[in-house]
Design a protein around this ligand. Structure first.
Ligand code: MN
Length: 150
């Protein structure tokens, strides 16, 4: 059976057979650090896409918000996230839901990768980055001020 006909893509070391390792976002598009992306499932007859992101130790995702919802399952390691106006510690196998138009950012702990599955709509709006007033509002909470990376 050729790889193309095989419905099973084997897993090894947080890679899936035949799945390309991609950059998280285009360089310079948005602030982020040390993340890779793998597009696991995407098809014309699926309304959603399933991706795997991995943040290297100490790295972070973009601080952003958008209309589309995220459903996240932590698959590897530990870290923390901001969702709205609250910070949360994350452990392997935790589920995180990011509602529409909610500020969010994920960070890997020092010495730990943070890997997660993320389900999104295939057709989705572009993320918005915080402006100066948004950052001022977010930073009014000292814990959030210390957490966020921009
Ligand atoms: Mn997002």
């Amino acid at each position: 059976m050729s790889e193309r006909d095989n419905p099973v893509r084997r897993f090894a070391d947080y890679r899936w057979q035949g799945v390309e390792l991609l950059a998280y976002k285009a360089e310079g598009e948005a602030p982020f650090q040390a993340i890779t992306r793998q597009l696991l499932f995407q098809a014309p007859d699926l309304a959603g896409e399933l991706r795997y992101f991995e943040i290297a130790p100490g790295g972070h995702s973009t601080l952003e918000r958008h209309e589309h919802r995220h459903a996240v399952l932590i698959l590897r390691g530990r870290g923390r996230c901001l969702v709205g106006d609250r910070l949360h510690a994350l452990d392997t196998h935790d589920l995180v839901e990011v509602p529409p138009q909610t500020w969010h950012q994920f960070r890997a702990d020092a010495g730990q990768e943070l890997g997660f599955l993320c389900l999104v709509n295939a057709k989705r709006d572009k993320p918005v980055l915080p402006d100066a007033q948004d950052l001022k509002n977010l930073r009014s909470d000292p814990e959030i001020a210390a957490f966020i990376r921009t």
